[in-house]
Design a protein around this ligand. Structure first.
Ligand code: GLC
Length: 467
């Protein structure tokens, strides 16, 4: 199966003027509509890149980093509006002209994307990948080039600028990440917050202490402090915290308020009371005034563990939750992108009646094999590889036989997704990375950051996840 996966991964390679620069999202010749699955997506390339790095083939990763950096320098417009300089593309495509024998690039910064959303995650993944490349090869010269330094600063300038924000978290539009269509994640989605935190910490280790770098570094350090405090206090949910929210008073004024965001206990959904185990916890989907999205999102929680946004105790609690709620979060095919699905009237309002996001399908509680690499990495980091082994065993019963689907549908993830592509590259690469991580856990260093002792954990309501 591993050999088959490698072959399929190599078939997805995309070349620009003779050099490999990325992997195409899906090599599915049977599918009638190509849409943009014939492009190199930044987020989709991450597991491919990690697979190549782990296999001792860093060249393609370097080429990719430089190509996308070059695209960042383009002038980006949507109608008559100019996008921020630091924005990175969601995807790009190489156009081959067989007559003139030339290769040209086109890129999508959101101006062609369904829904016209800019990918907030792309820049963060780019920084995270630059660190992975540096860690894995020991070659610091790429990250130290003036181009890469500037690229990082531009990405971060977009996020560190001052505005009307009252929170250190990053305000986002719906559809700005892996979940790239309306799914009720607007506001402060956990996926973006976790990636933001990780990118900040990666950049901190790579930015030079020269005049421009120094200013950026100072801003990062300040933000990280405020950010980790905010996330660890307000996004964290465990049994104790849920009980506290359940008993919240509302309409409290002034800084002594306990219920700072004025969350009305009646807005807590029924399912979460049963879902919450006595032991365990997780970072919820979103927190903003009078709104807590209690849904579980896999990517954000795994990245929180890898980046050490989660304290040691919180990381353990997340793993406890996955074990305790295995049927809901893993089921028959790893892993649920989010839990639970939105249905009925709520689905109509939240998704805008999106037929691709019906309950337990696609982004609405669908199961995505690509998430296997993130789970495996989180398992290794927390010293619980047996959980990853169990998930990989499940994936191995079907993935190859089903031709590497993009996602599975159903409450248990038993059915190949309604509109899922076959030979989806990140399903293939995600499997390979999971396998290689388990075989050689020393690879973990590429995509994991140790706890920063200066970012002191908030010690409160900890009893439910330490006992
Ligand atoms: C879908 C996914 C998105 C992915 C893209 C390419 O649009 O939602 O996350 O990047 O396909 O595979």
């Amino acid at each position: 199966m591993v050999a088959d996966a490698w072959e399929a991964l190599r078939r997805s390679l995309v070349y620009f003027r003779g050099q490999p620069v990325g992997t195409i999202a899906a090599v599915d010749h049977a599918s009638e509509e190509v849409l943009n699955y014939d492009q190199v997506f930044v987020r989709d390339f991450v597991p491919s890149a990690l697979a190549f790095l782990m296999n001792g083939e860093p060249e393609i990763v370097k080429n990719f980093l430089l190509k996308t950096l070059h695209l960042q320098g383009w002038e980006k417009r949507i109608d008559r509006f100019k996008l921020g300089e630091g924005a990175m593309p969601a995807s790009f495509k190489v156009l081959h002209d067989p007559v003139r024998k030339t290769d040209t690039l086109i890129a999508d910064f959101g101006e062609s994307a369904i829904g016209r959303v800019a990918p907030v995650d792309s820049g963060f993944w780019w920084i995270i990948l630059l660190r992975a490349y540096t860690k894995s090869t020991g070659d610091h010269s790429l990250a130290e080039t003036p181009e890469c330094q500037k690229g990082m600063r531009l990405i971060l300038t977009l996020c560190l600028s001052e505005g009307f924000d009252t929170f250190p978290t990053l305000l986002c539009a719906d559809g700005c990440s892996m979940i790239d269509r309306r799914m009720g994640i607007y506001g402060y989605p956990i996926e973006i917050q976790a990636l933001f935190f990780m990118a900040l910490r990666c950049a901190l280790g790579m930015l030079k202490h020269d005049a421009e770098g120094k200013e950026c570094i100072e801003r990062i350090v300040k933000r990280l402090h405020a950010f980790s405090y905010h996330m660890r206090s307000y996004f964290w949910l465990d049994f104790q915290q849920l009980n506290d929210i359940y008993r919240y008073k509302t309409e409290e004024y002034s800084h002594t308020a306990v219920n700072k965001f004025n969350v009305i206990p009646d807005s807590i959904p029924e399912w979460v009371f049963d879902f919450m185990p006595t032991r365990g916890g997780y970072f919820i989907g979103n927190v903003s005034p009078a709104r807590m999205d209690f849904r579980w999102f896999c990517l954000g929680n795994c990245v929180a563990i890898l980046s050490s946004l989660a304290t040691h105790e919180q990381s353990m609690a997340i793993m406890d939750l996955i074990e305790a709620r295995w049927e809901e979060l893993v089921g028959e095919m790893p892993l649920k992108i989010s839990y639970p699905a939105i249905e009925g009237h709520e689905w109509r309002i939240v998704t805008g009646c999106d037929p691709k996001n019906t309950r337990w399908s696609y982004h609405n509680g669908g199961s995505w094999p690509v998430l296997l690499w993130l789970l495996t990495a989180a398992c290794i980091k927390t010293g619980r590889p047996q959980i990853a082994r169990r998930a990989i065993d499940l994936a191995e019963t079907r993935l190859l036989k089903d031709s590497w689907p993009e996602y599975y549908d159903g409450k248990l993830g038993r059915y190949i997704g309604k509109q899922a592509r076959k030979y989806q590259t990140w399903s293939i690469a995600g499997y390979l990375v999971a396998k290689m991580l388990l075989e050689d856990p020393s690879h973990l260093g590429m995509i994991s950051l140790e706890e920063d002792r200066q970012l002191k954990p908030v010690m409160k309501r900890s009893s439910s996840w330490t006992c």
